[in-house]
Design a protein around this ligand. Structure first.
Ligand code: F3S
Length: 388
């Protein structure tokens, strides 16, 4: 891989230990993927924030890196707890202290610590054609597909290295040829958020790391958000197109691309495969984090109703959206907790819960392995009917 003189000097340690480590990481990645050079980025988004997922090893790594700074706008994924309401979430003191230390270290690096997996709703919204380095599979797929920006599926350390250097190796989805559709999906569905979550699950699990091109569907913003998350979790899809909706779809060459049909029965089968229990002790919405319109829709659904039963309910969102919706929050808080900065996967829910119900197929994919949970996969409406 070609390095400029400045990059060679950073690799030799002339700009300090933090930049040297970051450069070593990017050069190793670039060599593995045969990248010709490093290219400038305009933003980064980092995963690896929860104490539950990165532990003491992650803290040590961040301490080592904290002698340097990020040089492009950089946002953070959800942490392991709501930084203000962690006690109400049942989070232990030791966990909370270590989580706050992680946030402090990211803050020292110059990272924006408003923790969310929807950075594109919080001011980190790259434009079409921008080169970025994002971790968080749902957010980077949304950025590639819906915003038309260009990022690979970065891991936490790779994205942090890119943020420190303002560069990333040029390979994979930074190149036109890797953004072309590899399968055409003709879907037959009614069109709610839950249907798109299931559609993402079916396509991800059937086609792995494909670049799907969807026909016959008109997902809106929230549908695209949940579908991107499901496909990324079930099959590592990092880029997709939707005819008439996403920005690069109109330029796609579909000649010779395999075509498949997905119908209602496939969606129901996916829902039933993900479901392993019918008696949740936690109902959690907001994977990816709820948008303002979703929070408002939920509040309309529940307004004027009474809470039924004593199942714990979480509405997961970013702190910015929480602050933007004071009236809706009051309605939702009668039924559960509007939790910020975290989510049902990266919080230590396994300490207090056995079975989680959600409408997010991404969460359903991760709950058994990362949170030792049984799972009930149901639509937003069905979940709200269980508590009102
Ligand atoms: Fe976001 Fe957590 Fe889901 S990070 S995409 S809410 S697993």
């Amino acid at each position: 891989m070609h390095l400029s003189k400045v990059e060679e000097a950073m690799l030799a340690g002339e700009a300090g230990l933090g930049k040297q480590k970051a450069m070593e990481l990017l050069v190793a990645l670039g060599r593995i993927y045969d990248a010709p050079e490093l290219v400038p980025i305009t933003s980064a988004h980092l995963s690896g924030v929860s104490y539950k997922t990165i532990g003491e090893g992650g803290i040590e790594f961040l301490e080592e890196m904290s002698c340097t700074n990020v040089c492009v706008p950089t946002t953070l994924n959800p942490a392991g707890m709501d930084s203000q309401r962690w006690r109400e979430m049942g989070v232990e003191q030791h966990f909370a202290e270590r989580q706050l230390r992680i946030l402090e270290l990211y803050g020292k690096l110059g990272v924006e610590t408003n923790c969310s997996c929807t950075p594109y709703l919080l001011g980190n919204a790259p434009k079409r054609g921008e080169t970025i380095a994002w971790a968080e599979s749902s957010a980077l797929s949304f950025a590639n597909s819906v915003l038309g920006a260009r990022t690979n599926r970065e891991g936490g350390p790779g994205a942090l290295a890119a943020a420190i250097l303002g560069r990333t190796p040029q390979y994979g989805l930074h190149l036109d040829e890797n953004r072309r559709p590899t399968v055409i999906v003709e879907a037959d569905l009614d069109g709610g958020v839950f249907d798109f979550s299931l559609l993402g699950q079916v396509v991800g699990s059937r086609f792995g790391a494909a670049v799907p091109y969807f026909k016959n569907v008109r997902p809106g913003f929230n549908e695209l958000k949940i579908m991107a998350a499901a496909m990324a979790a079930a099959g590592s899809v990092a880029m997709f197109h939707v005819e008439g909706v996403t920005p690069e779809a109109s330029g796609c060459d579909l000649k010779g691309v395999e075509k498949v049909q997905i119908g209602r029965s496939d969606l129901l089968k996916a829902r039933d495969t993900l479901t392993t229990d019918k008696e949740p002790d936690l109902i959690a919405l907001g994977c990816p984090h709820l948008s303002e319109s979703e929070l408002k829709r939920l509040a309309i659904m529940l307004d004027g109703k009474r809470k039924k039963g004593d199942t714990e309910v979480w509405f997961c969102t970013s702190r910015s959206i929480y602050l933007r919706c004071p009236k809706e929050r009051m309605v939702l808080e009668r039924f559960g907790k509007v939790v910020c900065d975290t989510c049902m996967i990266v919080a230590p829910i396994e300490k207090n819960h056995r079975c989680t119900a959600t409408n997010s197929c991404k969460a359903c994919s991760y709950l058994p392995g990362l949170c030792s949970q049984k799972v009930l996969c149901r639509s937003e409406v069905e979940l709200m009917e269980m508590i009102s």
